[in-house]
Write a protein that binds this ligand. Structure first.
Ligand code: PEP
Ligand code: MG
Length: 762
């Protein structure tokens, strides 16, 4: 076998060299080999360290010194550690080795270069074992003799108390544990930090970058609360910027070492990274992730506008939900107190107000953070005022999530314990993208770009897609924001939010002879949306409120108690039995048609059999609607309606729209609002995709418009799949329109391109 030299240059190193150069050294070598901007470096190999131990004769002495050590005995551990460390520090480095290190250092630069000297520990038998953070790094080392001392100090750090304890606990044989030392040009960063190339908890394609002034150690060690940037790899856009108050920075101190200094003046609150720098960093991160085939935890640095990649290693937390380094650095300075599902993007700070009953909503003030078990439609007036919403229960398709997204209010749902952990009056910051609640007020930039109307407005609307991209609306006040996205129409207008916002059940209006009020409210609310979308289709869905949502309202006392309201008296099944309730809705539609809104289409929810469509149509006819000349369609929310789509078409539906929020729950038997099973709620489950695929094909065969208005349509990956499978339109949330339009356009172009290539090949 070839003998490993004492020194290896970065360019010579590949990932297979971990036993010689440690994880850090191997990673840097790999990074350099794929063209990432890694500062110049060489590695004093693990074999050099072994030779040092053997040639100085201290190897056996060291191991003997702590052979019988009880690592739980602190005093004994400290004593053994300092004894072993001293042996390494005092031993005279063999002259040949010294010479080689000196020569390599000279080769880096004619003048004495300032370098960072980093430990890179490795175990012969377990080359990928992680010893990260347990051995020392020495920054700002200049000159040969300082370098030689730093190398020896790195070696000695292999015998630090913490490192010995860790290895003993992990069952490593200390005889086979080695240490390499990376000597690398020190980049005197003007700004630096860390980057996760994918979301460290969920694995989503979101690059998360933390950065601050000076050397990156400030971020890694948690000395400073860094800025945080989120870059969405799908849309290739900076999605979120959180500018922190950066009180200190770490800078070089003379020739040896570093110091912490105060950041003064406006620089404290100045944004560290520009969009262009974020783009570039994310691109380097992606290159690293693609090369390694696994998301990376990257350290970066910028000086004079040049980006350097200092380190890259796999993120080990995806899927196992625990804290990781970069996160814990946030944790130290900006403590995460709660986690849930990021349901509506944006970041907001404010005072917590806990609402246990809708009657308490009077205490909610503008700018508060509304914390509750689960929101109800009757809470919407309070939800309008607040800066952010946090719930114990619910998933991405729960009431709180849907309404918050429309209001453009950041929301985190399904935290399980928010109403217990948070206290009224407490100051918190809510990150509705990441699903995190931080303690205290964290300064941040303007609301998430994705939630602003401009995002989906004139710019992105310029992209023309053959597949219509429509928008979902639940509250009329969101109509203008929705229209500003340039959407091709409204694929779902949920009127229950409008009705429930009146705080009286339809039954109350009927029982109290207030039918006209009900019809007028409904008419006026729908009209606002129709006016915002002139000439574009607006599909209004008839009432679909489970009985439990009616309960808190006036008249709610007459609602039946159901074990499973989700499976109960809701949607078209209720309207067919409550003819007056249906009649009043139809009356408002009739007036709108009469006023010339022929872009109004009606969609029936929760249909499970074609007979229900036929019955609803017949009732509308009996109420005086010219049913053959208006647009009537159904939602596909129950597997039976997907399976029987052909029969529905034969009965005259003009369109069908997948309500995947319910279709998923009814196909997989997963309650969509139950946070305990939220991780099993899979819109892309093969069975769901199978139902959707088949129904699309039948609709295509009969030339019937086939759409989607469930939350899954706001996921670009799902949108691509739907376009590939022939869907005619996609209706997404306001905040998702821009990225869905891009995903649709890209998929359509790819399909056209592939067809053209196939033709050419024939
Ligand atoms: C659905 O079920 O996907 C849907 C859009 O309806 P809702 O979320 O209102 O049940
Ligand atoms: Mg539904």
């Amino acid at each position: 076998m070839k003998e490993v030299p004492n020194i290896l240059w970065l360019e010579e190193i590949r990932k297979e060299d971990i036993p010689s150069v440690g994880g850090k050294g191997a990673s840097l070598g790999e990074m350099a080999s794929i063209g990432l901007p890694v500062p110049k470096a060489f590695v004093v190999t693990a074999q050099a360290f072994r030779r040092f131990l053997v040639e100085t004769g201290i190897e056996k002495k060291i191991f003997a010194s702590y052979e019988k050590l009880d690592v739980e005995n602190n005093e004994a551990l400290e004593k053994a550690a300092s004894g072993a460390k001293n042996m390494v520090l005092k031993a005279k480095m063999p002259a040949i080795l010294k010479d080689e290190i000196r020569k390599a250092y000279k080769k880096m630069s004619a003048e004495d270069l300032i370098v960072a000297v980093r430990s890179s520990a490795t175990a012969e038998d377990l080359p990928d074992a992680s010893f990260a953070g347990q051995q020392e790094t020495y920054l700002n080392i200049k000159g040969e003799s300082a370098l030689l001392t730093a190398v020896q100090m790195c070696w000695a750090s292999l015998y630090g108390a913490r490192a010995i304890y860790y290895r003993a606990k992990q069952g490593f044989d200390d005889h086979s544990v080695n240490i390499a030392v990376v000597v690398q040009q020190l980049v005197h960063s003007e700004k630096a930090g860390v980057m996760f190339t994918s979301h460290p908890i969920t694995g989503e394609p979101l690059t998360i970058i933390e950065g601050s002034w000076g050397l990156g150690e400030a971020v890694v060690s948690g000395t400073v609360s860094p800025d945080k940037y989120i870059f969405d790899q799908r849309s290739q856009k900076v999605m979120d910027v959180l500018v922190s108050n950066k009180k200190v920075e770490i800078i070089a101190d003379g020739d040896h070492g570093t110091k912490v200094v105060e950041v003064t003046g406006a620089r404290q609150d100045t944004r560290v990274l520009s969009d262009a720098e974020i783009d570039k960093l994310a691109m380097y991160g992606k290159i690293a992730e693609d090369h390694y085939g696994i998301p990376q935890d990257v350290e970066w640095s910028i000086v004079g506008g040049t980006i350097y990649i200092l380190q890259s290693r796999p993120i080990t937390t995806i899927g196992n939900r625990k804290e990781v380094k970069g996160m814990s650095s946030v944790k130290q300075s900006a403590t995460i107190i709660l986690k849930g599902q990021g349901a509506a993007p944006g970041i907001a700070s404010g005072r917590v107000v806990i609402i246990r009953d809708v009657k308490d909503t009077g205490s909610v003030k503008a700018g508060d953070i509304l914390v509750t078990r689960m929101t109800n439609p009757d809470m919407v007036p309070a939800m309008r005022k607040v800066a952010a919403i946090v719930t114990d229960e619910g998933g991405m398709t729960c009431h709180a999530a849907i309404v918050s997204r429309e209001l453009g209010t950041p929301a985190v749902v399904g935290t399980k314990t928010a109403t217990h952990i948070l206290k009224t009056g407490q100051m918190v910051t809510v990150d509705g993208e990441m699903g995190l609640i931080y303690e205290g007020e964290i300064p941040h930039a303007a609301p998430a770009a994705a939630a602003t109307p401009q995002q989906g407005g004139a710019g992105p609307a310029a992209i023309i897609t053959a597949t219509s991209v429509k928008v979902n609306v639940s509250i009329p006040e969101a109509a203008v924001r929705a229209a500003a996205t340039g959407a091709d129409g409204v694929g779902l207008l949920r009127i229950e939010h409008l009705i429930l916002g009146l705080n009286k059940t339809p039954g109350w209006f009927i029982a109290n002879n207030k039918e006209e009020d009900f019809v007028r409210e409904l008419h006026d609310g729908i009209k606002i949306v129709l006016d915002a979308f002139p000439g574009k289709p607006v599909w209004v869905r008839t009432l679909d409120a489970p009985t439990d949502e009616f309960r808190n309202m006036m008249g709610g006392e007459n609602e039946p108690h159901e074990h499973n309201p989700m499976l109960g008296w809701r949607g078209i099944r209720r309207d067919l039995q409550s003819q007056d309730q249906f009649r009043l809705q139809v009356e408002s539609f009739k007036r709108l048609w009469k006023e010339g809104y022929d872009n109004l289409g009606i969609m029936f929810p929760m249909v499970s059999h074609p007979d229900q469509f036929v019955a609803a149509k017949a009732m509308m006819k009996a109420f005086g609607v010219d049913v053959e000349n208006v647009t009537l369609g159904i939602m596909i929310e129950i597997p039976s309606s997907a399976i029987m789509i052909e029969e529905f078409i034969r009965c005259g539906i003009k369109f069908a729209s997948f309500g995947t929020n319910d279709l998923v729950q009814y196909t997989l038997a997963i309650d969509r609002n139950n946070e305990n099973v939220a991780d099993m709620y899979q819109p892309q489950h093969p069975a769901v995709l199978h139902l959707i695929h088949n129904a699309i094909q039948v609709c295509r065969e009969y030339n019937v418009e086939c759409s989607i208005c469930g939350q899954a349509g706001s996921d670009p990956k799902m949108a691509m799949w739907l376009v590939e499978h022939g869907i005619s339109s996609i209706s997404a949330n306001i905040d998702a329109i821009a990225k869905i339009r891009q995903a649709v356009a890209r998929t359509e172009k790819r399909i056209i391109l592939e067809a053209a290539r196939n033709r050419d090949a024939e």
